[in-house]
Unconditional design. Structure first.
Length: 429
């Protein structure tokens, strides 16, 4: 972790000399400014993945320090869900009206401070306050950095967003290992948050310097108009919500959320369904391999970039993996699962990236708004469908619940087929 922190800071210092050269030319953003803004967003996503991915590893130490019961610990999950939903609504209404590049820098400061003080909380109630702030600002960092990458890269936004989430995936795999190592060496869970908080403060400083030197990183200057010295952006919510592309994406997100029940419950299911084959350790190894495959998925589709269409990956990937997951429920063989389940991760690991790309391609001038709409539809689908699947698992059988979950993948392809394949058929007619 120390090496990573030093490497990030040294790299930023070396690159910062180019900021002076990244100035406006004929009221446009220079290529240097675009590259620096994109690169800083990649670093932001990398450090955020480490900060987010260390939570489960550090949780036992946090529980021990504050002498928490499981019920008291669950408050963190409730806070995370509630504040994420509130933030999504705020993001949908506000962020595309703001200077997203400037607020990315501000969100880095707030996220960094919240993590730094989280590690210094003397009481659990104080910890929860900073934990809530950390969740809000983390969502700000995620959505705003994605929106900035979409804004500055124009037609190349698909590949740039794919690379952004590749950085996140790779760092997510490394996060639990680095957290465990630091915890063993220091015995302090707080130090990890403080290091990540410090890195975000440094990233915020450099991003702020870039924004101040490049006013045209503010996409509103291209998308909106100036009235009385103020830049105003009118967001066409009705047009966005009525567009076939967004209707199909909202429907897809709502339905595909049901398939995440499968991955969330896989450890518990396998250990209950076939305990003689799948031990707790073996299930943990399976999930680790699956996680690596999802990271590989994002790297693979980043390399393919414009050679594949986002809608095609989601449609054919959903159909194929639905059949794959249904089939696995009839096979109690560890070797088969260790081949097939990572294959599922490889095919679907970049789904979130492609959902973001579809949203941004549909309304490139309003990336924060359409990302928020997309996220909200997925969150609602998760809340509704997972309760339904849990009821099936309890009243019918665990296998029935998992089978139904895999069918949601198949069903999710339908709205995208009707929108994109139907549009193609109408054009050729």
């Amino acid at each position: 972790m120390d090496l990573l922190g030093n490497g990030v800071i040294i790299t930023l210092i070396r690159l910062n000399r180019f900021i002076v050269g990244a100035i406006m030319e004929n009221n446009l953003i220079t290529s240097t400014a675009v590259k620096l803004a994109t690169f800083y967003c990649y670093l932001i996503m990398l450090v955020m993945a480490i900060a987010q991915g260390m939570y489960s590893t550090l949780l036992p130490a946090i529980m021990e320090q504050y002498s928490l019961t499981l019920t008291e610990t669950s408050f963190m999950g409730v806070i995370s869900s509630v504040f994420s939903a509130v933030f999504t609504l705020v993001s949908m209404l506000v962020f595309d009206r703001l200077n997203k590049a400037l607020f990315t820098a501000i969100s880095c400061f707030l996220y960094g401070f919240s993590m730094f003080f989280l590690g210094s909380s003397p009481y659990y109630i104080v910890f929860l306050i900073f934990y809530a702030l950390m969740n809000i600002t983390r969502n700000m960092v995620n959505d705003l950095s994605t929106a900035v990458v979409s804004d500055v890269n124009g037609e190349g936004r698909g590949g740039a967003i794919a690379k952004l989430y590749t950085f996140f995936s790779v760092a997510s795999v490394a996060a639990p290992v680095s957290a465990a190592k630091l915890l063993l060496e220091t015995g302090s869970w707080a130090l990890h948050y403080q290091i990540c908080g410090g890195l975000f403060l440094v990233l915020g400083v450099f991003f702020l310097l870039l924004v101040l030197r490049n006013p045209y990183l503010d996409s509103r200057r291209q998308n909106g108009g100036e009235e009385g010295g103020r830049i105003r952006v009118k967001i066409p919510y009705g047009t966005i919500l009525r567009s076939p592309e967004m209707i199909s994406l909202i429907s897809y997100n709502f339905i595909v959320a049901g398939s995440y029940y499968y991955t969330n419950m896989i450890n518990s299911f396998l250990n209950t369904w076939a305990p003689e084959v799948f031990s707790v350790t073996l299930c943990a190894s399976l999930v680790t391999v699956y996680t690596l495959a999802t990271a590989g998925s994002r790297a693979l589709f980043t390399a393919l970039d414009r050679r594949v269409k986002a809608e095609d990956v989601l449609i054919y990937g959903s159909i194929f993996t639905s059949v794959l997951l249904c089939s696995l429920l009839f096979i109690k063989s560890a070797p088969v699962w260790f081949v097939a389940f990572p294959l599922f991760g490889l095919v679907t690991g970049a789904n979130y990236t492609f959902r973001v790309v579809l949203a941004c391609n549909a309304f490139p001038k309003y990336p924060a708004t359409v990302i928020a709409v997309s996220t909200l539809s997925f969150s609602v689908g998760t809340a509704v469908i997972h309760v339904f699947l849990g009821y099936i698992s309890d009243t019918v059988s665990y296998s029935a619940g998992m089978f139904a979950s895999s069918l949601f993948l198949l069903a999710s392809a339908l709205p995208l087929i009707l929108c994109y394949k139907g549009k193609k058929a109408r054009k050729s007619a």
